[in-house]
Design a protein around this ligand. Structure first.
Ligand code: ZN
Length: 148
């Protein structure tokens, strides 16, 4: 699974999840990926790809209610894969909800036991945590009813 940061011709940012680089290329070529804000299919990658998998320790999983993530292809194999991934991560992490930023910080500064957590942050909190050197990844989490 690969996450690409994408940018449309109007400089809107979005994130897309793809099974592979080829998957991304073919979806892009067939116009399946659209900017959620202006519906443009003229998208390009911005260089901050993150690959999931092979990492020994799960990172904390913040979730943002404000970012847009419409590049996940609906009903496709990639979506099924993505749901499995999210389900696995939900099962392996402790939900700290909106306390995520605080809890991640306490863990980072050894004030709380190290563990895999997930929760919500604002964009500002997310950037602040990254600036403090706290490892985290941001995931577009589908609505609960989509996860069954
Ligand atoms: Zn756009």
């Amino acid at each position: 699974m690969i996450i690409y940061d994408l940018c449309c011709e109007n400089d809107h940012k979005l994130e897309g999840w793809f099974a592979s680089a080829q998957d991304f290329e073919s979806q892009l070529a067939s116009g399946m990926i659209r900017c959620p804000q202006c519906d443009s299919i003229d998208l390009r990658r911005v260089p901050s790809a993150v690959a999931i998998g092979g990492h020994a320790e799960p990172a904390p999983l913040p979730r943002s209610g404000t970012a847009t993530f419409s590049a996940i292809p609906n009903g496709s194999q990639a979506m099924a894969l993505y749901r499995q991934l999210v389900n696995a991560m939900m099962a392996a992490t402790e939900d700290v909800g909106t306390d995520f930023a605080e809890e991640a910080r306490r863990m980072h500064y050894d004030e709380a036991p190290e563990r895999a957590i997930r929760g919500q942050t604002t964009d500002e909190e997310y950037e602040a945590l990254k600036d403090e050197g706290i490892e985290l990844i941001r995931l577009p989490v589908p609505r609960k009813e989509d996860l069954s």
